[in-house]
Write a new protein. Structure first.
Length: 162
Protein backbone atom coordinates (compact mmCIF):
# COMPACT_ATOMS: atom_id res chain seq x y z
CA UNK A 1 0.00 0.00 0.00
CA UNK A 2 1.23 3.52 -0.83
CA UNK A 3 1.67 6.04 1.96
CA UNK A 4 0.82 9.74 1.66
CA UNK A 5 4.46 10.73 0.98
CA UNK A 6 4.77 8.24 -1.89
CA UNK A 7 1.52 9.52 -3.41
CA UNK A 8 2.72 13.17 -3.12
CA UNK A 9 6.04 12.31 -4.80
CA UNK A 10 4.26 10.43 -7.59
CA UNK A 11 1.82 13.31 -8.16
CA UNK A 12 4.63 15.88 -8.09
CA UNK A 13 6.59 13.86 -10.64
CA UNK A 14 3.54 13.59 -12.87
CA UNK A 15 2.93 17.36 -12.70
CA UNK A 16 6.59 18.11 -13.53
CA UNK A 17 6.48 15.71 -16.49
CA UNK A 18 3.26 17.31 -17.74
CA UNK A 19 4.76 20.82 -17.49
CA UNK A 20 7.93 19.75 -19.32
CA UNK A 21 5.81 18.27 -22.13
CA UNK A 22 3.67 21.43 -22.38
CA UNK A 23 6.72 23.69 -22.45
CA UNK A 24 8.40 21.47 -25.06
CA UNK A 25 5.28 21.58 -27.24
CA UNK A 26 5.14 25.38 -27.02
CA UNK A 27 8.83 25.78 -27.83
CA UNK A 28 8.48 23.39 -30.77
CA UNK A 29 6.37 26.04 -32.49
CA UNK A 30 9.24 28.56 -32.47
CA UNK A 31 12.14 28.50 -34.91
CA UNK A 32 15.40 30.33 -35.59
CA UNK A 33 17.47 30.86 -38.73
CA UNK A 34 20.60 32.75 -37.80
CA UNK A 35 19.43 36.07 -36.43
CA UNK A 36 15.82 35.55 -37.51
CA UNK A 37 13.33 34.31 -34.92
CA UNK A 38 10.03 32.80 -36.14
CA UNK A 39 7.37 32.59 -33.47
CA UNK A 40 3.89 31.00 -33.43
CA UNK A 41 3.49 29.90 -37.08
CA UNK A 42 -0.15 28.91 -37.47
CA UNK A 43 -3.08 28.60 -39.83
CA UNK A 44 -6.83 28.03 -39.59
CA UNK A 45 -8.53 24.71 -40.25
CA UNK A 46 -10.38 24.83 -43.56
CA UNK A 47 -13.84 23.58 -44.48
CA UNK A 48 -14.23 20.72 -46.93
CA UNK A 49 -13.60 21.92 -50.48
CA UNK A 50 -11.67 25.08 -49.53
CA UNK A 51 -9.08 26.04 -52.13
CA UNK A 52 -7.16 28.63 -50.09
CA UNK A 53 -5.72 28.94 -46.63
CA UNK A 54 -3.57 31.45 -44.77
CA UNK A 55 -0.40 31.36 -42.69
CA UNK A 56 0.47 33.69 -39.84
CA UNK A 57 3.54 34.12 -37.64
CA UNK A 58 5.83 36.65 -36.02
CA UNK A 59 9.24 37.29 -37.63
CA UNK A 60 11.90 39.09 -35.56
CA UNK A 61 15.29 40.20 -36.86
CA UNK A 62 17.74 40.25 -33.94
CA UNK A 63 20.67 41.07 -36.23
CA UNK A 64 22.18 44.25 -37.65
CA UNK A 65 21.23 43.89 -41.35
CA UNK A 66 17.79 43.66 -42.99
CA UNK A 67 16.40 40.22 -43.79
CA UNK A 68 14.13 39.89 -46.86
CA UNK A 69 11.41 37.23 -47.06
CA UNK A 70 11.00 36.47 -50.77
CA UNK A 71 8.61 33.53 -50.78
CA UNK A 72 7.40 30.26 -49.35
CA UNK A 73 6.21 26.84 -50.41
CA UNK A 74 4.26 23.94 -48.94
CA UNK A 75 3.27 20.50 -50.19
CA UNK A 76 -0.26 21.33 -48.93
CA UNK A 77 -0.85 23.91 -51.72
CA UNK A 78 0.07 24.59 -55.34
CA UNK A 79 1.73 27.87 -54.36
CA UNK A 80 2.20 30.34 -51.51
CA UNK A 81 1.83 34.08 -52.08
CA UNK A 82 2.72 37.00 -49.83
CA UNK A 83 -0.31 39.28 -49.42
CA UNK A 84 -0.93 42.63 -47.78
CA UNK A 85 -4.41 43.60 -46.57
CA UNK A 86 -5.35 47.27 -46.42
CA UNK A 87 -8.47 49.38 -46.17
CA UNK A 88 -8.86 51.99 -48.92
CA UNK A 89 -11.95 54.19 -48.98
CA UNK A 90 -13.69 51.89 -46.54
CA UNK A 91 -13.05 48.83 -48.72
CA UNK A 92 -10.73 46.05 -47.65
CA UNK A 93 -8.23 45.20 -50.37
CA UNK A 94 -5.68 42.44 -50.70
CA UNK A 95 -2.64 42.78 -52.91
CA UNK A 96 0.18 40.45 -53.84
CA UNK A 97 3.65 41.66 -52.81
CA UNK A 98 6.97 40.22 -54.03
CA UNK A 99 8.45 40.10 -50.53
CA UNK A 100 9.24 42.31 -47.59
CA UNK A 101 12.17 43.36 -45.43
CA UNK A 102 12.48 42.79 -41.72
CA UNK A 103 14.60 45.68 -40.45
CA UNK A 104 17.32 45.08 -37.84
CA UNK A 105 15.72 44.91 -34.40
CA UNK A 106 12.22 44.88 -35.90
CA UNK A 107 9.36 42.41 -35.77
CA UNK A 108 6.96 41.86 -38.67
CA UNK A 109 3.64 40.30 -37.70
CA UNK A 110 1.90 38.17 -40.29
CA UNK A 111 -1.61 38.35 -38.87
CA UNK A 112 -5.30 38.39 -39.77
CA UNK A 113 -6.23 41.67 -41.43
CA UNK A 114 -2.63 42.52 -42.34
CA UNK A 115 0.34 40.91 -44.01
CA UNK A 116 -0.03 37.13 -44.39
CA UNK A 117 0.94 34.16 -46.53
CA UNK A 118 -1.85 32.88 -48.78
CA UNK A 119 -1.86 29.14 -49.44
CA UNK A 120 -3.34 28.94 -52.95
CA UNK A 121 -4.69 25.75 -54.50
CA UNK A 122 -4.91 23.63 -51.36
CA UNK A 123 -4.31 19.94 -52.06
CA UNK A 124 -6.30 18.85 -49.02
CA UNK A 125 -8.41 20.05 -46.14
CA UNK A 126 -6.46 21.48 -43.19
CA UNK A 127 -7.62 19.82 -39.97
CA UNK A 128 -7.37 21.26 -36.46
CA UNK A 129 -4.23 20.04 -34.63
CA UNK A 130 -2.44 19.11 -37.90
CA UNK A 131 1.09 20.35 -38.57
CA UNK A 132 1.47 21.70 -42.11
CA UNK A 133 5.06 21.88 -43.43
CA UNK A 134 6.05 25.27 -44.84
CA UNK A 135 9.42 26.37 -46.24
CA UNK A 136 10.29 30.06 -46.06
CA UNK A 137 12.77 31.50 -48.59
CA UNK A 138 14.93 34.59 -48.09
CA UNK A 139 16.77 37.04 -50.32
CA UNK A 140 20.18 35.71 -49.28
CA UNK A 141 19.26 32.22 -50.57
CA UNK A 142 18.62 30.77 -47.11
CA UNK A 143 15.54 28.65 -46.43
CA UNK A 144 13.98 27.20 -43.30
CA UNK A 145 11.37 24.49 -42.95
CA UNK A 146 8.78 25.08 -40.24
CA UNK A 147 5.40 23.62 -39.30
CA UNK A 148 2.17 25.60 -39.25
CA UNK A 149 0.03 24.55 -36.30
CA UNK A 150 -3.57 24.25 -37.48
CA UNK A 151 -6.02 26.00 -35.16
CA UNK A 152 -9.81 25.72 -35.16
CA UNK A 153 -11.73 27.70 -37.77
CA UNK A 154 -11.96 31.16 -36.24
CA UNK A 155 -9.32 30.27 -33.63
CA UNK A 156 -5.81 31.53 -33.14
CA UNK A 157 -2.56 30.78 -31.36
CA UNK A 158 -3.65 32.26 -28.03
CA UNK A 159 -5.52 29.04 -27.27
CA UNK A 160 -2.16 27.28 -26.93
CA UNK A 161 -0.27 30.13 -25.23
CA UNK A 162 2.66 29.89 -27.61
Amino acid sequence: MMNARTIRVALSSAVVLLLVNLISAAVAHDYALGELKIVRPWTHATPTGATTGVAYMSLTNTGSVPIRLTGASTPAAQRVEIHMMSVEGGVMRMRLVPGFDIAPGATVELEPGGMHLMLVGLNRQLHQEDAIPLTLAFGNGATISIDLHVEAIGGGPSAHNH
